[in-house]
Ligand binder design. Structure first.
Ligand code: BES
Ligand code: MN
Ligand code: ZN
Length: 500
């Protein structure tokens, strides 16, 4: 695990030095001094390369003469007048990506530039945050890693003129990163290790942070009439759970529970009797990413002691084919009393969410609900892996979420809903069916969920099937589980529900 520290501005004697450089190769005060000391090695390296100092660019000068530094990494920060928190986070991520090598420690010198708008302490903290986020690794199952396959970098000291301001700002960011890392761990775990019971235990562990955790088992869910969730679970030997996590960070608030987050927690999705093809089915261990994001967000909020009251609810099931599995054509009765014809047992996420959403409203009467789910392959057809789909009955909530997503580089794109789509899930035998027609698969899934939202409740659904896992490295996450949603939800709470 990469340790981030903050220190006063110095140039280290040994190890690696990372030096911030502005647009067009602009050197700051410290950089200029060092450049002269090194016989202009820095400016000559910039002249000799395509490095321009753009955001996140790096250029490495190995074993520079006249110093004992192992290397100097020039780190582009772009136009310093435009530097904001988000750019700093991305820059921090670029440091880790560009620093693969032998050094166990490095010093990142945040240089002084004229015209900086962001406070230097805040900039340093965001750089540290980005570095930590990008340093994530899930390598616990390798038993034979060679040294060059492991990351050497153990500590990154960020040298700034405002080390105490940076430390203070980093404290909360570090807790958010803890939430992100938990979510990535959960999403990365294979389904033989992480199944409803073990995922429930991971959620339960949040009680150490002061989160109130309650767990419903099969019997209790039966009593509540959760026939949709239980119908999905009935094919598996692993019993389902419904977990509630309450963070009450604002005792004085009028609103005891203003906002609920609900997550799809299908720990493995075979498709059930409507079984998926073999190729790529292993990816479906990530079908609990919505619930993992909710767990991580609650961990982040509790960790940084957010002054807000928030509830997270996750429905945990495994979708398996077996002699006890539900069949296409089965009709199930949901906790809301509405009935559903199960056309396709692979459209299971919406069945789980139907009962979890209903439970959230009955139990907590929230003003607003946001659900997160790896719900449809169709959202990848629409938006690839660039945006999560946003569906909502409320323009204000949509804007709040979109803004929060933009601020943390977790982009949302809103798609339409309406009666024409809603009609597509009418059934000839029950109140609705669980699949629509060929077109608009992500929208009909959202329409299905909306049938379980009560009048007057502001609701949004985030389809994260394309963004919860990335096949390529991203600025703030190595390829694999991204924890999409954790930083977004944390930011959404901070902006809209937190007493300051
Ligand atoms: N978990 C899947 C959605 C999914 C598919 C996520 C591919 C990521 C990649 C979901 O449960 C599912 O199987 N949805 C079906 C719905 C269909 C049967 C109406 C789908 O998208 O094919
Ligand atoms: Mn499915
Ligand atoms: Zn699924």
């Amino acid at each position: 695990m990469l340790k981030i520290t903050f220190a006063a501005q110095t140039i280290p004697g040994q190890a690696a030095l990372i030096l911030t450089i502005g647009d067009k190769g602009l050197l700051g005060a410290q950089g200029k001094k060092l450049d002269i000391k090194l016989g202009r090695a820095i400016s000559r390296a910039i002249d000799a390369s395509h490095f321009t100092g753009g955001v996140g660019q790096t250029l490495t000068i190995l074993a520079p003469a006249k110093t004992r530094l192992s290397r100097i990494v020039l780190l582009g920060v772009g136009d310093v007048a435009k530097l904001d928190a988000g750019a700093c986070t991305r820059i921090g991520g670029a440091v880790v990506a560009g620093l693969a090598g032998k050094d166990a420690s490095a010093v990142l010198l945040v240089d002084d530039f004229k015209g900086l708008k962001i406070a230097v302490g805040e900039a340093a903290a965001q750089i540290g945050f980005g570095a930590r986020l990008r340093s994530y690794r899930f390598d616990k199952y390798f038993t034979k890693q060679k040294p060059e396959q492991k990351t050497a970098l153990k500590t990154l000291a960020i040298a700034t003129t405002d080390a105490s301001g940076a430390k203070a700002a980093y404290a909360a960011l570090d807790k958010i990163a803890d939430g992100v890392f938990l979510t990535r761990d959960l999403v990365s775990e294979p389904a033989n290790i992480l199944y409803p019971e073990t995922l429930m235990q991971q959620a339960r562990a949040l009680k150490d942070l002061g989160v109130k955790v309650e767990v419903l088992n099969t019997q209790q869910m039966k009593k509540l009439g959760m026939g949709a969730l239980l119908g999905v679970a009935q094919g598996s030997a692993n019993p389902p759970y419904l977990v509630t996590m309450q963070w009450n960070g604002d005792a004085t608030a009028k609103d005891k529970v203003p906002v609920c987050f609900v997550g799809k927690g299908v720990t493995f999705d075979t498709g059930g009797i409507s079984i998926k093809p073999a190729a790529g089915m292993e990816d479906m261990k990530f079908d609990m990413a919505g619930s993992a994001a909710v767990i991580g967000a609650i961990k982040a909020l509790a960790g940084r002691k957010a002054r807000a009251n928030v509830v997270g609810i996750i429905g945990l099931v495994e979708n398996m084919p077996s002699g006890t599995a539900q069949r296409p054509g089965d009709v199930v009765t949901t906790a809301s009393g509405q009935t559903v014809e199960v056309i396709n047992t692979d459209a299971e996420g919406r069945l789980v969410l139907a009962d979890a959403l209903w439970y959230a409203q009955e139990t907590f009467k929230p003003r607003c609900i946001v659900d997160l789910a790896t719900l449809t392959g169709a959202i990848i057809i629409a938006l690839a892996h660039e945006y999560a789909g946003l569906f909502s009955n409320d323009d204000v909530l949509s804007d709040q979420l979109t803004k929060a997503g933009t601020a943390v580089d977790e982009a949302l794109w809103r798609l339409p809903m309406g009666d024409a789509f809603d009609k597509m899930i009418n059934s000839p035998i029950a109140d609705m069916k669980n699949t629509g027609e060929r077109g608009a698969g992500s929208i009909t899934a959202a329409q299905f969920l909306q049938r379980f939202i009560k009048k007057g409740v502001a609701w949004a659904h985030l389809d994260i099937a394309g963004t919860a896992w990335q096949g390529k490295d991203k600025p703030l996450s190595p390829k694999g589980a991204t924890a999409f949603g954790v930083r977004l939800l944390d930011r959404f709470v901070f902006d809209n529900f937190e007493s300051k």
